[in-house]
Design a protein around this ligand. Structure first.
Ligand code: 5IU
Length: 356
């Protein structure tokens, strides 16, 4: 496929999704096609790791639900702090949430609840086993989120049990004018309040670019990412005995093409672009290097719990993925920033080898 031989700087020009265009340019600028899977156990470690490894990566992958002490405060919490580090070092945040449910539920899980993922994660992912309509549901949630940005939002909040007449389902209520609803329940409105909220996302380009000491808070050389949210479809997994079939993977490809303005690409084990104008981005976990000095043959021993590993060279040069996702290979090294640089160099070399 043509995208296998195109430099990321070229693909930046033709990708449909604004965040993909940004990400391809960022990759070119930082000479990095590395994503760190920041699977540490505490929020403190997560933030420290993101700050130290930030210069080597273009994407930071999180699992907010395995972090203890995650602070949910929408103004000062862990998501907001991560967003600040992403601005400072120039990387995108990818919450590996693997959404899978009916569309309505997924919309609520994505935008509300405890973690309010949409507020701080540029990218998230979904398993489409439940049917591809949930992709449309998530796209709709993201579009609504974007439409709210920079606007004063008026919200009407009613608390209490609805009374007759509050139900406007278009049907004549045959309750004879009593204060009962159509199901015969009695109820009363406790209060109705109008709240005005000002809404500024955690990674908004309208936020200050320097702090009170004059320190730069924004990564130089490229403008800040667009205020868009993107989805990766979980098309293939790295684990042994994975049950995702070829038909499932193909359904992901079709769903991606149907929602180009929201789907950036895939989490997959190989390149899936096949139609002439496909330009989706591929991110691949299950990546590890043999220890420094040891010879590479493409494969590295798994973790004994089903995880299987390939080297950056095999995944990028041979299988055509774009970004390798590395967790324990970097996190468990004696010095994670040094090891992250080793992975960045190897993965970038593998990309250059693919081009030539
Ligand atoms: N992850 C995989 N395989 C997959 C998908 C996600 O390993 O197919 I989708 C996640 C799990 C973990 C990270 O968060 O990527 C890999 O971590 P290690 O590099 O430590 O194995």
């Amino acid at each position: 496929h043509p995208t296998l031989l195109q430099p990321y700087s070229e693909r930046a020009k033709t990708a449909t999704h604004p965040l993909s265009r940004y990400l391809f340019r960022l990759m070119d600028l930082k000479a990095s096609n590395l994503c760190l899977s920041a699977d540490v156990t505490t929020a403190r470690e997560l933030l420290a790791l993101a700050d130290r490894v930030g210069p080597s990566i273009v994407v930071l992958k999180t699992h907010y639900d395995l972090i203890s002490g995650w602070d949910y405060n929408p103004q000062t919490g862990t998501g907001v702090k991560l967003a600040a580090l992403a601005r400072k070092h120039g990387f995108l945040i990818f919450e590996d949430r693997k959404f899978v449910d009916i569309g309505k539920t997924v919309q609520m899980q994505y935008t509300a609840g405890t973690a309010r993922i949409i507020e701080w994660a540029h990218i998230t992912n979904a398993n489409i086993d439940a049917g591809k309509d949930m992709v449309r549901a998530m796209a709709e949630a993201a579009a609504n989120w974007k439409a709210r940005i920079h606007y004063e939002v008026k919200t009407s909040v009613s608390v209490g049990t609805p009374v007759a007449g509050q139900f406007d389902d278009g049907e004549e209520q045959n309750n004879g004018g009593s204060d009962r609803d159509s199901d015969g329940r009695k109820g009363s409105i406790v209060s109705i309040t109008t709240v005005t909220q000002s809404f500024e996302p955690a990674d908004s380009p309208r936020l200050a670019k320097t702090n009170e000491h004059g320190d730069e808070l924004v990564f130089p050389g490229i403008e800040e990412p667009p205020m868009d949210r993107g989805l990766l479809l979980l098309a293939q997994m790295s684990s042994k005995g994975c049950l995702m079939t070829k038909d499932y993977t193909q359904a992901c490809v079709e769903a991606a093409r149907e929602h180009k303005d929201f789907v950036m690409g895939y989490v997959a084990q190989e390149a899936l672009n096949s139609a002439p104008d496909d330009n989706f981005i591929h991110m691949t976990p299950g990546c590890k290097l043999p220890p420094p000095g040891e010879e590479e043959n493409g494969h590295v021993e798994g973790d004994g719990l089903g995880q299987q590993y390939n080297t950056p060279a095999k995944l990028i040069t041979l299988l055509g993925t774009d970004i390798v996702i590395v967790g324990r290979g970097i996190i468990q090294a004696a010095d994670p920033p040094t090891e992250a640089e080793r992975y960045r160099r190897k993965a970038w070399k593998a990309y250059l080898a693919r081009l030539s």
